[in-house]
Design a protein around this ligand. Structure first.
Ligand code: ASP
Length: 332
């Protein structure tokens, strides 16, 4: 029988109704007790890490999850992480950079409804996650939700209420789990597993709105090592108000700040050379673009890269390196 470690962090799956709304409170052992069928499937150990709504989860928690997996890596065949859905795709992306090329499956799951409700997706998602964790073809960091196996770097929460809460952005679902069976479309068993144990959280994000004020750029660039700009369409920056925003960008990039252009359009990514509003930015060495990476992957990849180096050429090289299929469409 395979040995699986279940790490619990809170989330709706483990939540109880209180007068202040849902609050995580169901223990990992109790989650396992909801699934008696697990006994015939694998040996499960539980490692409680946090009891948090995932709104409260950030880089320190990602590092703790990664180090807990590292410490237990040799003892187990796979890892199932119970997590709130709201920031699950950020955690999945962060873990994809902190634990690269994992030969063993590291699965994030959760639910839209608590496990103790009669109508809930929790038991199915949890059971599917263990089914996937026990499969010989599974590896890498993935999210198992509503029967779909989604690569960690490609996951995005796209529905706030339906059970079909996650989609895979610009990349196919890598497998499905149905009635206790795994159908794996893509497996990535390849190179040696690599663990990293640091992140630089000093990364900010600006989402453009029409008429966005230049002061936001001034503030964000003066306070962060790298700033991601969620632009419109394939990407560009407004040139109104005497090109003030671009002047600020030019000033801070000369100081070594790193700027990454991405798009707020949900699919197909950036291509900033297409229009004049973006084309000239290509000539500025400190401006990179996300192409088909998710914002979650851009944020966490930058945190990982900036923990290793702040030298622009090295940042650029690592940023455009494909890790867990995070970036496939790239022209640089
Ligand atoms: N607010 C919850 C969380 O992210 C939502 C969920 O788990 O579905 O922890």
């Amino acid at each position: 029988m395979k040995k699986i470690l279940m790490l619990t962090t809170g989330g709706t799956i483990a939540s109880l109704q209180t007068e202040h709304g849902l609050v995580p409170g169901i223990s990992g052992e109790d989650l396992v007790n909801f699934l008696p069928e697990l006994k015939n499937m694998c040996e499960v150990d539980v490692l409680p890490l946090f009891t948090l709504d995932s709104t409260n989860i950030y880089y320190e928690h990602w590092l703790k999850i990664a180090s807990s997996i590292k410490e237990n890596y040799e003892k187990y065949d796979g890892f199932v992480i119970c997590h709130g859905t709201d920031t699950m795709s950020y955690t999945a992306s962060a873990l994809s950079y902190l634990i690269q090329n994992s030969q063993k499956p590291i699965i994030l799951t959760g639910s839209q409804k608590p496990i103790n409700l009669e109508i809930s997706d929790a038991k199915t998602n949890l059971l599917d996650s263990f089914t996937y964790a026990c499969s010989d073809v599974s590896c890498g960091v993935t999210l198992v939700f509503n029967g779909n196996v989604i690569l960690g770097t490609r996951a995005r929460k796209s529905r706030t209420k339906s059970f079909d809460a996650f989609k895979s952005v610009d990349y196919p679902v890598i497998g499905i789990v149905k009635d206790g069976y795994v159908i794996s479309y893509i497996t990535n068993l390849s190179r040696e597993t690599k663990f990293y144990d640091n992140l630089n959280p000093n990364v900010g994000l600006i989402k453009l709105i029409p008429g966005v004020s230049s002061e936001i750029f001034e503030f964000m660039l003066s306070h962060h090592d790298a700033v991601i700009i969620e632009s419109f369409g394939v990407g560009g920056l407004p040139m109104y108000n005497d090109n003030k925003i671009n002047e600020i960008i030019a000033h801070y990039t000369k100081e070594g700040k790193i700027i990454i252009m991405t798009t707020q359009v949900p699919n197909e990514g950036s291509d900033i050379a297409t229009y004049k509003v973006g084309h000239y930015l290509k000539e500025n060495a400190n401006i990179l673009e996300a192409y088909d990476m998710t914002t979650e992957a851009v944020v966490t990849k930058l945190m990982w890269i900036l923990s290793l180096t702040k030298e622009i050429e090295k940042v650029k090289k690592l940023f455009y390196e494909t890790i867990s299929n995070d970036i496939l469409f790239k022209k640089d």
